[in-house]
Design a protein around this ligand. Sequence first.
Ligand code: B1M
Length: 211
Amino acid sequence: MAQYLEALSKSVIEGDMTGVTAGVQAALDTGIEAGEILQAGLIPAMGEVGRLFEGGEYYVPEMLVAARAMKAGLEIIRPLLVQSEIKPAGKVVVGTVKGDLHDIGKNLVAMMLEGAGFEIQDLGTDVGPDEFVAALKEDSVDLVGLSALLTTTMPMMKSTIRAITEAGLRDQVKIIVGGAPVTPGYAEEIGADGYAPDASRAVSLARQLIG
Ligand code: B1M
């Protein structure tokens, strides 16, 4: 089993999309569960890509092809992760904040929430405070999930929460935040209702807040 996941990680790191899709399929065929493929194969590979970037061995193009390969793998396991027969547990609007184009983590959070029975509206990446406010005005929403991967875009979470408050909508909705540079302390400082370090804990937090 380990050799399948190692080969899969290697394909992600090398940005080999064909290798990743074949690797995910092979792992599934061997009986490895989708969650295990995600946690032990795909996610650690992106961590390694980050380390290679930090060490100056990878540049943006290499990160980009690795991200594309990872997404191709995620698409295969997506139906397995979101399989759910539970009726909607609440409506969640998710997005990566303005200035930030990272979406793999946000997509995972959305997938896991969907799998847990929440109805998801995904606003995508580079989402400005006004867009979040507009989505909240359009429909009744229980929870907003903000993602940021850059230290430079974290303050946009604060601006988004401020915009939601100024629009008079803060009392109607819970707000959770996450992303690699975000901390529980930062979440508290900016007035979020909670912080989750990963997608599965985002689900338990959402259940706790609105379940
Ligand atoms: Co960028 N990037 N990137 N990048 N990139 C990081 C984030 C970086 C840490 C790399 C590094 O230096 N080691 C660094 C940020 C440094 C910092 O701010 N301190 C960085 C940089 C600098 C940049 C650029 C500025 C590079 C440049 O242009 N010079 C640039 C910025 C572009 C922009 O956004 N404006 C840039 C660009 C890119 C690509 C476009 C090439 C690509 C993104 C492609 C895409 O997402 N479609 C990319 C990638 C792939 C990465 C790394 C390598 C991987 C990110 C990832 O997908 N991780 C990343 C290094 C790293 O993280 N180790 C890096 C896997 C994913 C599953 O994890 O996103 O953390 P993550 O999500 C987790 C949790 O954080 C959490 O749950 C998820 C699943 O468990 N979570 C939440 C996330 N959102 C949540 C929301 C929640 C709750 C939990 O509630 C709502």
